[in-house]
Write a protein that binds this ligand. Structure first.
Ligand code: KG4
Ligand code: ZN
Length: 343
């Protein structure tokens, strides 16, 4: 089954053709990061207009370069939310138009869930060896931990009470005078830092799993920056200590989740922060079961993960695939929260 994935929820315009949920035939990703850099963050109206300008041209390029005829596409999958409303509407209008023009079905996909499917692209491991799994989506907008019995089942065990992990990297990057988006730059700077120079606060370890928190850590970094001499060395030490706790918190929560859901056969780590090499090594060292990460091309937003998720949705008939056409700009937490955990 050949699916076209359309992604436009934030500041990446992306299209991809994916066969059977795993094999990427072609993928184009146009990042708007340079456009938004001078503002220090994504400006929604500018982002929507950039998507509008890019999508038609990128579709023609995708078809030309892949050599695939448009008539052989079986369905069109589109990132339906959560995201920036104007950006989502541009992608949805494009996908609906294409679906009408080609006479092919349109499949709405939850963007956050699709990140998990992105981690399975290009690997041959049978799904029965991967599921049930504990999956993490650690991105600029979300820090969600799920238990998944299969590729479209999402039971939310933990989410952030305030900032998302990637968002905190971006804010800390700004405080340290690094370019937008801060994540990769904070990672690079942290490599120059030394352990033990700064004490970062640990988030209160509540009984409930349903909490990540980044606001206290962000405040601690702000104080550390203001107090420091702002040399390259002190900045690198701050980046190091921040990164250790920002990622360490996730490793600790995941260890607790393993005790609650011992049937998990693997761990999947997805979203933009999954590109962080320190995160990859911490996760692989902390757990005995296999940890799957997306290849670096498919950590940040991309069209291939949208097409992959839609493929799995097509495979299930049970109603827990759970995606409908309500355009939501926020993640519907209540719908997916685990029922047996108090919070
Ligand atoms: O998944 P994504 O592209 O967008 C959302 O759906 O939010 O994630 C983008 C986020 C940004 O906050 C970016 O700074 C962060 O992922 N990020 C990183 C790294 N690469 C990207 N954070 C930490 N280390 C990285 N290497
Ligand atoms: Zn994303």
């Amino acid at each position: 089954m050949l699916l076209l994935g359309v992604e436009s929820s934030c500041d990446e315009t992306a299209l991809a053709l994916v066969r059977d949920g795993r094999h990427v035939v072609a993928s184009l990703i146009a990042s708007q990061a340079a456009v938004h850099a001078k503002w220090g963050g994504v400006i929604p109206e500018i982002a929507a207009r950039e998507h509008l300008t890019a999508l038609n041209k990128m579709y023609d390029q995708l078809i030309d370069e892949s050599g695939v005829s448009a008539s052989s596409i079986d369905a069109i999958a589109v990132s339906q939310g959560p995201g920036l409303v104007g950006c989502l509407l541009v992608g949805a209008a494009f996908a609906k138009g294409l679906s009408q023009a080609l006479g092919k079905p349109l499949i709405p996909v939850n963007h956050v869930h699709a990140h998990v499917s992105g981690a399975l692209l290009g690997i041959d491991e049978p799904l029965e060896n991967i599921f049930p799994t504990l999956s993490l989506v650690v991105s600029g907008g979300h820090t969600n931990l799920y238990y998944m019995k299969h590729a479209t089942h999402f039971e939310l065990l933990a989410h952030t009470m305030d900032d998302a992990c990637g968002e905190s990297f971006d804010k800390v990057g700004k405080m340290l005078g690094l370019p937008y988006p801060g994540g990769p730059h904070v990672e690079a700077l942290a490599k120059q830092g030394s352990p033990g120079k700064l004490q970062m606060p640990r988030m209160v370890e509540r009984k409930s799993l349903l909490t990540f928190s980044y606001s206290g850590l962000k405040t601690a970094v702000s104080h550390a920056v203001n107090r420091s001499s702002q040399t390259d060395t002190t900045k690198a030490d701050i980046a190091y200590s921040f990164q250790e706790e920002a990622l360490g918190q996730i490793v600790r929560k995941l260890s607790s989740a393993m005790n609650l859901r011992p049937a998990a056969r693997s761990i999947i780590v997805a979203g933009g922060v999954a590109a962080n090499s320190r995160f990859r090594s911490m996760m692989s060292a902390a757990f005995k079961i296999p940890v799957w990460f997306p290849s670096l091309n498919y950590c940040s937003d991309n069209g291939a993960m949208i097409a992959a998720m839609a493929y799995y949705q097509q495979q299930v008939t049970s109603d827990d695939s759970g995606v409908d056409w309500d355009v939501f700009s926020r993640y519907p937490f209540e719908r997916y929260l685990a029922k047996d955990l108090s919070y």
